[in-house]
Design a protein around this ligand. Structure first.
Ligand code: SF4
Length: 244
């Protein structure tokens, strides 16, 4: 099953995204089904014990490199993005250097990634805005980030969290699935899950919670057949269709 979402960009264009989506029975519709506080605390304690310093699997060394990598990662794998940026960043890893490549020059480095034409155009425009409005720096501000071409709420959340250490929650398909299945923060759409996670995740785990949930969804609580027998929170998870 796939979900196609449409979001208006700051320039009024419609951006479509397609993602594998949980089956309806994986979505808990009512807040009343949210798990209790003690279980949530225990889940994050276990996730932290297993991986004390989680981070993104995208390779980057500056906030700008992270921003470019996240823009490139829409509907692409982190592995594919890392391959492209391993060629791009040694040549150009600042807004000025990438703008100097121009759209066609940039395409040469990212053409293995889906939607590379529009991504190249957005990145060049973003570089120009960073130079003109932010002295070539990535702003640590949601509104300023979301004003950049190719940057939506999710990308802004990732940059604010991973580059600037802010307790944001970039809900992708993995986090959406894990939050609903486990009962940590069920919701009918990504905004509902994001708001509930921000309210319910204990403060001490907030900065890293986004990465723990993504990695758990990517490697253990996978979409088609979750690996419940190998799951470190199996006894706490409230999913009704666990696998043996
Ligand atoms: S027990 Fe299964 S459904 Fe629950 S979090 Fe673990 S892998 Fe996912």
């Amino acid at each position: 099953m796939q979900l196609i979402t449409a979001a208006a960009t700051h320039r009024g264009a419609i951006r479509l995204s397609i993602a594998p989506w949980p089956a309806p029975e994986q979505i808990r519709p009512h807040a009343a089904q949210t798990m209790n506080k003690a279980k949530r605390q225990e889940i994050f304690e276990r996730l932290r014990a297993a991986d004390p310093t989680p981070t993104t699997e995208l390779n980057f060394s500056t906030p700008f490199e992270l921003l470019v990598a996240v823009i490139l990662s829409a509907q692409a794998t982190d592995k594919g993005v890392n391959k492209a940026t391993a060629r791009l960043f040694p040549v150009a890893n600042t807004p000025q250097a990438i703008r100097d490549l121009g759209v066609e020059g940039l395409k040469g480095y990212i053409k293995t990634i889906g939607l590379f034409n529009s991504k190249a155009e957005n990145i060049i425009k973003t570089c120009a805005m960073l130079i003109d409005r932010h002295a070539g720096q990535v702003p640590a501000d949601r509104a300023a980030l979301e004003a950049l071409p190719g940057v939506g709420r999710k990308t802004a959340n990732v940059v604010l969290n991973t580059a600037f250490g802010e307790p944001t929650m970039a809900v992708d398909t993995h986090i959406f699935r894990v939050a609903n299945r486990t009962g940590i923060a069920p919701g009918r759409n990504v905004i509902e899950v994001e708001k509930r996670l921000l309210r319910l995740v204990p403060k001490e785990f907030m900065v890293d919670a986004h990465h723990w949930l993504i990695l758990h969804g990517r490697y253990t609580c996978v979409a088609r057949k979750p690996r419940c027998a190998a799951c470190l929170i199996e006894d706490l998870c409230e999913y009704r269709h666990k696998t043996a």
